[in-house]
Design a protein around this ligand. Structure first.
Ligand code: NI
Length: 177
């Protein structure tokens, strides 16, 4: 597995819709190697999640999960998860606004509204269909990463620009941990 560089905002790769992985290709060496690189890179840079287009691969693959994440020190552990061709089946009426960031826009944080709970259908890395209900921080991560697959960056979701700034300054002000 290889450490990939994270594509930064401004690169058009991050603004395109990624394409579905053909199901009969999930178990190929090529796709498995992309998944290994995605997980390894996420872990090396302490991401909460990472989407394939962020390492330059325009396929609908994302991963997330960590034991402890220094970027989000208050977040509880989430098991390592890979979602291929994820689709949101349903979402809660309740929406919560919390600060989030992105490795492709690494110095900025902003409050972004996300559904509190979602149900998502996807395939795991061996090609089994899975349906998961996720909530709270995990639901935010999944929505953020699926947005990457659709070419949407979190800054496009900001509704209130009074809750937006550089990570270091927001930490200095005590707004984020
Ligand atoms: Ni991101």
């Amino acid at each position: 597995m290889n450490l990939k560089s994270i594509i930064q905002a401004g690169n058009p790769i991050l603004k395109q819709r990624s394409i579905d992985v053909p199901l009969d290709k999930i178990n190929t060496a090529e796709i498995q190697s992309i998944i290994d690189d995605l997980i390894f890179t996420m872990q090396q840079v302490h991401g909460a999640g990472l989407a394939a287009p962020q390492i330059g691969v325009p396929l609908r693959i994302l991963c997330y999960g960590f034991d402890y994440n220094p970027r989000y020190p208050k977040a509880s552990a989430i098991p390592l998860t890979v979602l291929i061709n994820p689709v949101i089946l349903s979402f809660s009426e309740e929406v919560t606004d919390e600060f989030e960031g992105c490795l492709s826009i690494s110095t900025l944080r902003a409050e972004v509204p996300r559904y509190k709970k979602i149900e998502v259908k996807a395939y795991d890395r061996i090609g089994n269909e899975i349906i998961k209900k996720v909530q709270d921080f995990e639901a935010k991560v999944v929505q953020h990463e699926i947005d990457h697959l659709d070419g949407i960056l979190f800054v496009e979701r900001i509704k209130d620009f009074t809750h937006f700034g550089f990570t270091a300054e927001l930490q200095k002000q005590g707004v984020i941990p």
